[in-house]
Ligand binder design. Structure first.
Ligand SMILES: Cc1cc2nc3c(=O)[nH]c(=O)nc-3n(C[C@H](O)[C@H](O)[C@H](O)COP(=O)(O)O)c2cc1C
Length: 216
């Protein structure tokens, strides 16, 4: 039997949603995890963990649409100031250090080094890259939109100018391309609206191929 939810379920009426919609938590759609790096106006590397995004290309280029960028954060300001950034995709072994960038968010900090990660130069843009990440997308800022007027977050479109990828992830025969430890996905507070009792947590997931499970 399918259930439908177009208004907030009674069990979630008092849920702390941290600015998200209750529909985020009922749908719990996984989104890819990556760290956006750029230079702050003081020249220090900025790092911002992000996950609400999609990626798509056309004959004109390849684009990253970051769908929920906080206008109050360092990342938004740095990308607007410099016009460029890098999207760095971690595997599971470095995820805890990527999470640490949230605590090391001080204006004066080199947020990459302070989190135990290594700064390297990007090839096509003036932004830092994270050496430990298996994939880095170098990007330039194209445009932004508020999804609804007056929103504290914006949808931001970036054009990818360069892909830097660890060769173990290029070769399908080495670890099945994605491997057991990355890409990583953010699963945001999945809630059963029928039984929600105030407890939920988010978690990180990886991809498993249906082919490896004997299908397709
Ligand atoms: C799993 C996870 C996903 C996140 N995704 C986003 C996101 O998509 N957009 C955003 O603005 N902040 C996101 N955040 C919050 C930022 O990482 C956090 O506020 C960060 O300190 C902001 O850095 P900044 O000041 O350099 O912008 C996420 C945090 C976590 C733990």
């Amino acid at each position: 039997m399918k259930k439908e939810y177009s208004t907030i379920p009674p069990s979630m009426a008092n849920m702390q949603t941290y600015g998200f919609s209750w529909m985020d938590f009922v749908s719990a759609i996984p989104s890819p995890l990556f760290v956006v790096t750029s230079f702050k106006a003081n020249g220090k590397p900025n790092a911002c963990l992000q996950s609400w995004a999609c990626f798509n290309g056309s004959e004109k280029g390849f684009y990253a649409i970051l769908s929920s960028v906080n206008k109050a954060g360092h990342m938004y300001k740095s990308v607007k100031d410099t016009g460029v950034c890098v999207l760095n995709f971690p595997s599971a072994d470095v995820y805890d250090r990527c999470l640490d960038t949230i605590d090391n968010n001080q204006w004066e900090a080199d947020e990459i080094t302070a989190s135990g990660l290594t700064v390297e130069s990007a090839t096509t843009v003036n932004a830092p890259r994270i050496k430990e990440c298996f994939l880095s997308l170098e990007c330039r800022y194209l445009w932004e939109r508020e999804i609804t007027e007056g929103n504290s977050h914006v949808l931001m479109c970036l054009e990818v100018t360069n892909i830097c990828m660890d060769e173990t992830h290029l070769d399908e025969s080495v670890q099945g391309r994605y491997g057991a430890s990355g890409y990583l996905y953010n699963v945001h507070y999945p809630v059963n609206p029928e039984t929600y009792n105030g407890k939920s947590h988010d978690y990180v997931a990886v991809l498993k191929k249906l082919r490896d499970m004997g299908e397709y």
